[in-house]
Ligand binder design. Structure first.
Ligand code: CAO
Length: 542
């Protein structure tokens, strides 16, 4: 019994080749030629078979490692007489029967014309002696502009697949192969129209070394090793995209890994069920479409499409841009913000008396005075005194951003949809200023004359439906703000003053806030304070 170290054999000069599958586990008894590991370069995948029978006593590599010729793969315990001496002059044969191309296997070129634009016949290079190899994928079409190194075709033998890269840049003018053809070394692949600078000197025989620049593409490698041994029960299952039972070339396997799409789920449309890049892309597209239609994007079941015309006459009108943007914003807030809505009535009887007393003066000034400017002013003071409401959560949810300005948005209902102009520095403006500005901004909104800057920078929003009606509603926070005040129509209600019921003008308030930023206690304090300010507007000057 002796211990033998099994190393990566000659793999055609490829360096840093990725281990995509380890086919054995410690303790496995393996026969000579059983697959030990699958390696994959940019252009080819190859299996490394065991040069001898034995028991795996140690594995020195892991999935994802990068290996080059001579790197240790594993240690085998072998019976006396099993070990095969490695002939010094035949390293490839002795090490693992991987028969890489002894020369770089870039396509050979037959240059017909060295003029400015010449036609180059691109032929199958030396592919390690394999003949009648299946063309499993043609990666280009007539008219394609290719860069040097672009894959032209994918060939596949029983044991390995390989991509044949373009030895130079050029335009495909004809194709001599199709998927399903078989081809051998020297067989024509296609004709390229190339500019003089891109063409290399003529190389008439396919066994000649490839042009220098063609070597830049990692050469494909032919592995003539036998099929991998059946996986032992305790060796780990292969990653789905590296499963040797999946019939796909290295480029497709690489793309599958990049997309995170297990090839095991992909149906191949090629000969013998081979999976092409197009199969993989179609599979991913279908999976995405399926997800979108079945989940509404966030795991939320989609509302089924209904043909309403089955039930009666309908007309279909496209949504306005404003409507679409509002819908998007509302949906985003609704999904992202844990809303709490708190209700209260503010006694604005005194405020209303005062407002009525201002009507004549308002007329003289040419402004209309509604409860809104007073509510704006009261909100500004409440925001200053409750900074958590005058803040935003930063996008990663790690910090609160406290604002030292008080800009308040005002929802305006327009024929084109809902818009929210922002009144700047509300805390610094007079009731008259605010009255004039609300009317002006509302008019601009209705005339669709608001500039983007006039709708930005809000700290808090007021949505007043008081002029329209209703007892209450639950407004949606206008993110990234953290709170919004909804106002409904004031109503005269009986109020118990300790001795008797008296009629008072009560304004229904609904405060919605982002519970990530604001707690119920904060909400209660803000609402109570706001109610006090509105009930006695002298407090606004305190
Ligand atoms: N209760 C009773 N009456 C009210 C009131 C209230 N809460 N608020 C306003 N009013 C009265 C006004 O005093 C005015 O009456 P007078 O003409 O007799 O004085 C009348 O209702 C109409 O007011 P208005 O709506 O023109 O003015 P406003 O300052 O109250 O509001 C604006 C301006 C632009 C906010 C409003 O016109 C508007 O568009 N509101 C809709 C907002 C909206 O769609 N929100 C929904 C958002 S969804 O979250």
């Amino acid at each position: 019994m002796s211990k033998e170290i099994i190393k990566v054999p000659d793999i055609g000069g490829a360096e840093g080749v990725e281990v995509i599958e380890i086919c054995v586990a410690v303790g496995d008894q393996i026969a000579a030629e059983d697959s030990l590991v699958v390696l994959e370069s940019d252009k080819a995948s190859m299996e490394v078979p065991s040069p001898m029978a034995g028991t795996v006593s140690a594995i020195m590599i892991s999935d994802g490692d990068s290996l080059s010729e001579g790197d240790v793969i594993l240690e085998l315990e072998v019976e006396a007489g099993e070990a095969v001496a490695e002939p010094e002059d035949a390293p490839v044969q002795a090490s693992a029967e991987v028969k890489p191309d002894p020369e770089p296997v870039a396509p050979s070129v037959n240059e017909n014309n060295a003029a400015a634009a010449s036609t180059q016949t691109i032929k199958v290079p030396d592919i390690g002696g394999a003949a009648n190899v299946d063309v499993i994928e043609v990666c280009v079409a007539v008219g394609d502009d290719l860069a040097e190194g672009d894959s032209l075709i994918v060939l596949e033998t029983d044991k390995a697949s390989m991509e044949v890269p373009a030895p130079m840049a050029g335009k495909v003018i004809s194709l001599a192969v199709a998927e399903g053809d078989t081809i051998s070394e020297g067989g024509e692949i296609l004709k390229l129209e190339v500019m003089a600078a891109a063409a290399e000197p003529a190389t008439e025989t396919t066994s000649s070394p490839a042009p220098a620049e063609a070597v830049a593409s990692p050469p494909p490698v032919v592995a003539s090793a036998p099929a991998p041994a059946a996986q032992s029960s305790d060796s780990k299952p292969p990653a789905a995209d590296s499963d040797p039972s999946i019939y796909a070339g290295p480029a497709v396997r690489r793309l599958a890994r990049e997309l995170g799409a297990p090839l095991i789920d992909v149906k191949g449309s090629g000969p013998k069920g081979r999976i092409s890049k197009d199969d993989l892309k179609a599979h991913v597209k279908a999976a995405l479409a399926n997800k979108a239609s079945s989940s509404g994007g966030s795991g939320i079941p989609a509302v089924p499409a209904v043909d309403f015309s089955k039930f009666g006459d309908v007309t279909i009108e496209p949504l306005t841009k404003i409507h679409k943007i509002t819908a998007q914003n509302m949906h985003r807030s609704w999904l992202n913000v844990p809303h709490v809505t708190q209700f209260d009535d503010a006694d604005i009887s005194d405020l209303e008396d005062f407002r009525q007393s201002l009507k004549a003066e308002a007329e003289r000034r040419g402004v209309k005075i509604t409860p809104l400017p007073f509510i704006l002013k009261a909100c500004a003071k409440a925001l200053l005194d409750h900074p958590k409401f005058n803040a935003s959560l930063d996008s990663d949810g790690e910090n609160m951003v406290f604002k030292h300005y008080v800009h308040i948005g005002m929802a305006v209902d327009t024929p084109a949809g809902l818009v929210v102009p922002v009144i700047r520095d509300v805390d610094k403006k007079s009731i008259w200023d605010l009255a004039a500005e609300t009317v002006e901004l509302a008019q601009k909104a209705k005339d669709r004359k608001l500039k983007p800057a006039e709708m930005q920078g809000g700290c808090f929003t007021i949505s007043s439906l008081g002029g329209i009606g209703g007892q209450g509603f639950t407004p949606i926070v206008n993110t990234p703000e953290v709170a919004i005040l909804g106002i409904s129509k004031l109503a005269v209600k009986p109020h118990w003053n300790g001795k008797e019921f008296v009629p008072r003008k009560m304004l229904p308030l609904a405060l919605s806030y982002d519970h990530r930023a604001i707690n119920g206690g904060d909400g209660g304090r803000f609402m109570t304070y706001l109610g006090e300010l509105l009930a006695d507007i002298r407090r606004l000057v305190l």
